[in-house]
Design a protein around this ligand. Structure first.
Ligand code: CA
Length: 380
């Protein structure tokens, strides 16, 4: 190395050292400008105190629902430990304190302080909420969380929920779901004609556009409905939860991918007034525990799905198949039209959709040379 190069490298290292000393101030500036998704934009907070709080967490899941309900119990334990017992949170399954689909209102009006569920259940409150759970052919868990945490997603989610007196936090992700259980092969889009399939939300609307009959049936009645032919097909989640529902006993084909739920984001909501009245350290504890659930739930589910896919392959007669490309293309086109409809419902939906789409357009080329190449070119 020449003397000049050596000097230049030394200056660079010294510069780094200076930069690091200066980092807190510059980071602070950055946080204000670009990293606003690090935390909710709430009002001034109460100082730390020894006061204790008792909260209620209502969920849209049946009591003790595997992984999703368990995550809420863990959340409560983590918060209690981190706060040395100053914040105790009692968890209620759907229907135990309020009906599952009334969680949003319960937290909004303060009859419960928190909820855990998925934002697409609240499409009736604001159609834009669907962008914070899942849209057909949408972003996957990694991309979506990148939008939330690295991009503007969480800030927009806070903006959407603020008029409802709610603060949202990420609360896990299902990962890519499966396409569903069928008793006939899907060779072309025509095979959906007249097919009675359980599929809620936007996916259901897309199905009706291609000639199928989407049916809304609660989880508890799904098995018998499929067994008795009340419906011809159903989607649920992924191999872990689907196996536990027993669909492999009554359906011949298990299709992938879950085009309608490519990475369904789950949420915590917190009553905004109650959140802001917490001392600042308890606010941080709630936020940190939510983020821990966000990781725990996705990664636990990914592993369990892998184990149960193996189980379905080795222990059952079920044929696991992918939807033909042409079928996916037709579903994609029908989905784009449905998403346009929600995006144009009102100004906030448009704003959120524009951010979602812009982020996606930006991240897709990166995903193609990183994640996609990993799966197609290196390992699988
Ligand atoms: Ca599903």
């Amino acid at each position: 190395m020449s003397k000049d190069n050596k000097r230049g490298r030394l200056r660079f290292l010294q510069g780094l050292g200076l930069g690091m000393v200066a980092l807190p101030a510059s980071l602070k500036m950055l946080m204000g400008k670009n990293l606003s998704s690090d935390g909710p934009n709430t009002k001034a907070t109460s100082p730390v105190s020894g006061k204790t709080y008792q909260w209620k967490l209502v969920t849209t899941w049946p009591p003790n629902f595997p992984i999703l309900g368990e995550a809420c119990t863990l959340f409560s334990q983590w918060v209690e430990t981190m706060s040395a017992g100053r914040l105790k949170i009692q968890v209620f399954g759907g229907g135990e304190l309020v009906p599952a689909l009334e969680c949003f209102d319960a937290v909004s009006n303060g009859s419960a302080e928190m909820s855990h569920g998925a934002a697409y259940y609240w499409a009736g409150k604001s159609s834009a909420s669907q962008f914070f759970a899942s849209v057909p052919f949408g972003m996957n868990a990694q991309q979506f969380n990148s939008w939330l945490i690295g991009g503007d997603g969480l800030r927009l989610w806070e903006e959407l929920y603020a008029p409802f007196n709610l603060v949202p936090f990420p609360g896990g992700n299902s990962g890519v779901q499966m396409g569903g259980w069928f008793n006939k092969e899907i060779k072309s889009i025509a095979d959906f004609q007249g097919l009675k399939m359980r599929m809620p939300g936007l996916g259901g609307k897309v199905l009706s556009k291609i000639g199928a009959s989407p049916v809304l049936i609660s989880g508890g009645e799904l098995y018998t409905s499929l067994e008795r032919g009340v419906i011809d097909a159903t989607e649920w989640m992924g191999p872990f939860h689907d196996y536990k529902m027993g669909f492999h006993e009554i359906a011949k084909y298990y299709y992938f991918p879950g085009w309608h739920e490519t990475g369904t984001q789950l949420e915590f909501t917190v009553n905004k007034d109650k959140y802001e009245s917490l001392p600042i350290d308890l606010q941080e504890i709630v936020r940190s525990a939510c983020m821990r659930v966000n990781d725990w739930l996705l990664y636990t589910l990914e592993y369990q799905n892998a184990l149960f896919l193996e189980k379905i392959k080795t222990e059952t007669e079920v044929s696991i198949r992918n939807f033909p490309d042409a079928v996916l293309q037709s579903l994609r086109e029908a989905s784009a039209k449905e998403i346009e409809i929600i995006a144009n419902k009102d100004a906030i939906s448009k704003k959120i959709y524009d951010s979602y789409q812009a982020f996606r357009t930006r991240i897709d080329p990166w995903s193609k040379v990183s994640e996609r190449m990993y799966y197609t070119g290196i390992n699988i």
